[in-house]
Design a protein around this ligand. Structure first.
Ligand code: XCC
Ligand code: SF4
Length: 674
């Protein structure tokens, strides 16, 4: 009896089976040796709930949870009469859950956007010495979308309007987008006209951001909206409020305050940490504080202080999307993806980890306890219960002091390191910092800077199409394997890849963000284009809110001509091979509703409700021209995207051009051999 009661030791992850990345494998093993559990180990001991996984568990009232797992019989075509206590069908439950995920994702991105807008306004009002309007060109480009005039008439003459005035009005107008009482989101008109008209016709144009989130919470409460089609109409409206609203404004306002990214060089993986430097890891999503930390850590005052404490300097490294933000604008190296956050502390060389919001593991606090690492939360809405966590609340009005305090704390902590430092060697070089503007420049040249060159190369078939591969890590699948396999398969088949989020970090770690990659991994057509213009075949466009850059880049493609009149006609497809966050579902829905076929890997939260899933996977194409799909096998996943791209090429009548290009290449090779 006693033996039976004895607790079994928790299972440990097999490091080689857990990740394709060597540094990650090494550090998982290291953590295990030190008796510290990581998400990889916890996943071995926590199986996902099979009903929740299918999207058919409802706990929206106190009579439940009502669980409606799918049966073999239903799958074989038996009548589906599953229902909850209130009578909610599997479709209703799955649709409600799906919509709540959209609401949460939209809330996360858009609340981030709101914070940025508030800081922007205080910068425009000159209330803070830490922020200013940096990129005035972008300000002038964005202002008209808010209906803000950039010129003034004086005595019959048109004059440039005062920049401070423009910034102030942009800030005010932007902030109103969250809660205005009438009208529709101003940015919707940035989409191609046929898309905008379609949204109008379907009645899915968001009114204001907050309202669409609130309305989902209302409609999904017990006894309200019980028609999955009507629910998804609101799901779409809310998702569009994210993509063409909160996220897009976050990107634009960040660019204006911190600078629009331009291509730069950096490195990625845990090997960017330095044993003889003070290592500060910045993790989360909002760049408002991290921007100031970057600036402060480069000051002579801080560098001198670090030297005084025995360090050679200060090394910053990023995790998750805060990483992407400060990489894109300052070249700060990436320490790793979402699943590497605990491992950064396990190095024993992380003197401080500074976190803001989203994708931050609570277990960081437990890992930090095993080392000298100071874990610092900075956001009023994101604290941790553990008592070793420091909270230094950040406020734009004293941002510089906050950042200084944090950097100093890290420096002071340098000498507290134990003997147990182990930083893995692995890191890869990369080129990052792409965006709508820089693609214009690179693929068009400064003289004829536009998307014509990209379009020409798609039309003539050298580039088969565009793949947007984005999203998280998910511990239920081998770390980074899906990301890298999908991306490599796409570029091998001449599909140029635009990437953001943790996919971008995964690609960076594997060396795919270098122009040299083209030689090794690309099909002949894409390789030729990349070599001619000197770009990588995988373009890093930033963080997850920067998926808005992908929407706008695709819009530029439509505008440049020759590839259809709407986003749904462009030979393009979206993908999130290892998604896990609710934010990914929101992104997926706004990309689909913008007309783009989107495939998710690993898992899909509607498998228990086949009729509703069909609505997303098939019916959506008839409504939006874009639809969802799910494919766990990364090679098949990539080929589903390629098949869709080919379908679009055929519809445009440019499928023959590609055959000719490929024949040319083969003929050329034959000639070379002969
Ligand atoms: Fe988080 Fe944005 Fe997902 Fe990575 S990709 S795990 S959301 S950090 Ni956004
Ligand atoms: Fe069950 Fe209906 Fe309550 Fe959901 S809302 S828990 S299905 S009774």
């Amino acid at each position: 009896m006693a033996d039976e009661k004895e607790k079994k030791a928790p299972k440990l992850a097999d490091p080689v089976a857990a990740s394709v990345d060597l540094a990650t494998q090494v550090m998982i093993k290291r953590a295990q040796e030190l008796g510290i559990d990581t998400a990889f180990d916890r996943a071995e001991n926590m199986k996902p709930c099979n009903i929740g996984n299918q999207g058919t568990c409802c706990k929206n009232c106190g009579m439940g949870p009502c669980r409606l797992p799918i049966t073999k019989g239903i799958e074989a075509g038996e009548v589906d009469n599953r229902k909850g206590i209130c009578g909610a069908t599997a479709n209703t439950i799955a649709a409600r859950n799906f919509c709540r995920m959209i609401a949460a994702g939209c809330a996360a991105h858009s609340d981030h956007g709101r914070n940025v807008a508030e800081v922007f306004l205080s910068a425009a009002r000159k209330e803070s010495d830490a922020y200013r309007i940096k990129d005035t060109q972008k300000l002038l480009a964005v202002a008209p979308h808010f209906g803000v005039a950039i010129t003034v008439e004086k005595d019959g003459e048109t004059l440039d309007r005062d920049l401070d005035e423009i910034a102030l009005e942009v800030g005010e107008k932007a902030l109103r987008e969250w809660g205005k009482d009438a009208g529709e989101l101003l940015y919707l008109k940035r989409a191609p006209k046929p898309r905008y008209d379609l949204w109008t016709k379907l009645g899915v144009k968001p009114r204001n951001i907050d309202r669409e989130i609130v309305e989902i919470m209302h409609r999904t409460a017990i006894g309200v909206d019980q028609d999955y089609k009507n629910l998804m109409k609101q799901g779409t409206r809310c998702a569009l409020a994210d993509g063409w609203g909160g996220s897009m404004m976050a990107t634009d306002l960040q660019d204006i305050m911190f600078g629009t990214p331009y291509p730069l060089q950096s490195e990625a993986n845990l090997g960017v940490m330095k044993e003889d430097h003070v290592n500060i890891i910045i993790h989360g999503h909002e760049p408002v504080l991290s921007e100031v930390i970057v600036a402060v850590s480069q000051t002579k005052e801080m560098l001198d202080y670090a030297k005084q404490k025995g360090a050679k300097g200060i090394q910053l490294g990023g995790i998750c999307c805060t990483a992407n933000e400060i990489l894109q604008r300052h070249g700060v190296p990436l320490a790793g993806t979402f699943l590497q956050q605990e491992l950064a502390i396990v190095t024993g060389a992380c003197d401080a980890m500074v976190v803001d919001v989203q994708c931050v593991f609570q277990n960081l606090a437990n890992v930090a306890k095993c080392f000298h690492t100071k874990l610092i939360t900075t956001h009023p809405i994101a604290k941790m219960e553990q008592d070793n966590v420091l909270h230094i609340e950040f406020d734009e009005h004293h941002a510089l002091e906050d950042a200084k305090r944090i950097v100093k704390l890290a420096i002071d902590n340098f000498q507290n390191r134990g003997a147990d430092v182990m930083i893995p060697q692995q890191k890869s070089p990369m080129i990052a910092g792409f965006g709508v503007e820089s693609i214009k420049y690179h693929l068009g040249g400064s003289f004829r800077g536009d998307y014509f060159t990209l379009n020409d190369n798609i039309i003539n078939g050298r580039i088969r199409g565009i793949g947007a591969v984005v999203g998280c890590n998910n511990v239920r699948t081998k770390h980074n394997e899906g990301h890298l396999t999908v991306v490599k398969e796409l570029i091998k088949n001449d599909v140029i890849v635009l990437t953001t989020g943790c996919n971008a970090i995964a690609c960076a770690m594997a060396g795919l963000l270098t122009p040299e990659t083209a030689q090794v991994h690309c099909g002949p057509g894409l390789a030729e284009v990349c070599e001619t213009v000197g770009i990588p075949p995988v373009l890093h466009l930033g963080s997850c809110v920067d998926n808005s850059r992908i929407l706008l880049a695709a819009t530029e493609v439509v505008r440049a001509g020759g590839l259809g009149k709407d986003l749904s006609e462009v030979p393009a497809a979206g993908s999130a091979p290892e998604w896990m966050s609710e934010k990914a579902i929101t992104i997926g829905q706004y990309v689909v509703a913008s007309g783009v076929y989107t495939v998710f890997g690993t898992t899909f939260p509607t498998t228990g409700a086949p009729v509703f899933q069909d609505y997303l996977f098939k019916e959506h194409e008839k409504i939006y021209g874009g639809m969802w799909d799910f494919e766990a096998d990364p090679i098949k996943h990539a080929h589903k995207m390629i098949a869709h791209i080919d379908k679009k090429r055929k519809a445009l009548g440019i499928d023959k051009a590609r055959e000719r290009v490929l024949m040319d290449m083969a003929d050329r090779q034959k000639l070379e051999v002969a």
